[in-house]
Design a protein around this ligand. Structure first.
Ligand SMILES: Nc1ncnc2c1ncn2[C@@H]1O[C@H](COP(=O)(O)OP(=O)(O)OP(=O)(O)O)[C@@H](O)[C@H]1O
Length: 277
């Protein structure tokens, strides 16, 4: 269910401050953007510019004691900022999901992949164990993971980063969230796994109309996947534009510098190798 303008996610006037011994330190300053179903917004910017803090504040995952989140975060027309933690747990995963750079952090080391996957599905759907296990196995098969039944009996440390990343994507596929936040989803992966992960993200977008907030240092990935790009610098969005417009006619000096750096620095992966089929 989107709002009147058709947005599934609308972030307005978002400020995030962290409490320090010397007062409040501003990490995110007046960030605004909106996402429509099936659209991909790329988030780029130097390390420390506030991309992850922005995404964690949307998911209400920042420590409530040490941070202050101000502004509005509307998901399907419902305000998330300040929502009760229990209510937020019901929404996370089901309506808005996160895929992070280091997928090992997303899994408990003491339960098998299957236990965790099935539990997540059951929490959000009310399915029985058998039904949830079948859905999980189908989803793992869908992301090209071999022998899903055997894989579900394994523990996270027995899988590579690329495999875990695909398990997280399979998870998201089962729950079909309105919004998926992918925070550097390919950075830790080799070229073959990067491509697989990007293809799966593209499938989630096209099959389920999931809107994706894609955070990446890799301008090749952004240019392939994003419809629109927001450039962050020191906690602010300094430029936001259609992807072609931004790459062809960057307006802000910082965006120009990022694009110039791309030409002089070795980038993570040449764009032409990331063409999605
Ligand atoms: N809990 C915290 N307390 C204090 N400062 C923090 C906290 N979390 C993040 N920061 C600071 O906030 C700023 C933004 O961090 P953030 O992780 O959002 O950057 P980023 O753009 O995602 O960087 P990267 O691309 O390296 O992941 C950084 O200066 C970081 O050191």
């Amino acid at each position: 269910m989107s709002d009147k303008q058709g947005h599934v996610l609308q972030v307005s006037c978002l400020h995030v401050k962290v409490k320090t011994a010397h007062g409040h330190l501003s990490l995110v300053k007046g960030v605004e953007f909106a996402l429509k179903p099936g659209r991909v917004l790329g988030f780029v910017g130097e390390s420390g510019s506030g991309k992850s803090v922005t995404s964690l504040s949307i998911l209400q995952l920042l420590d409530r004691k040490s941070t202050v989140v101000e502004g509005s975060i509307q998901l399907n027309g419902r305000e998330l900022n300040g929502l009760h933690a229990e209510e937020m747990r019901r929404i996370r995963g089901k309506e808005i999901a996160l895929i992070m750079q280091n997928p090992m952090n997303a899994f408990s080391p003491v339960f098998t992949i299957g236990d965790q996957f099935v539990e997540t599905i059951r929490t959000h759907t009310g399915f029985g164990k058998k039904q949830a296990a079948e859905l999980a196995a189908d989803a793992l098969h869908d992301v090209n993971l071999p022998d899903p039944a055997a894989l579900m009996r394994r523990y996270p440390f027995e899988l590579s980063g690329g495999m875990l990343q695909r398990v997280m994507i399979a998870n998201a596929m089962c729950l079909q969230p309105s919004v998926l936040i992918a925070d550097e989803p390919t950075t830790a992966l080799d070229a073959a796994n990067q491509l697989q992960v990007l293809r799966q993200l593209e499938r989630i977008r096209s099959d389920y109309g999931t809107a994706i907030l894609l955070i990446s240092h890799d301008l090749g990935v952004i240019s392939e996947m994003a419809d629109e790009v927001a450039v962050m610098q020191q906690g602010r969005i300094v430029e936001k534009a259609d992807v072609f417009e931004l790459f062809d006619h960057p307006q802000h000096a910082y965006t120009k510098m990022l694009l110039d750096d791309r030409l002089t620095l070795p980038i993570h992966q040449p764009a032409q190798e990331l063409v999605l089929s």
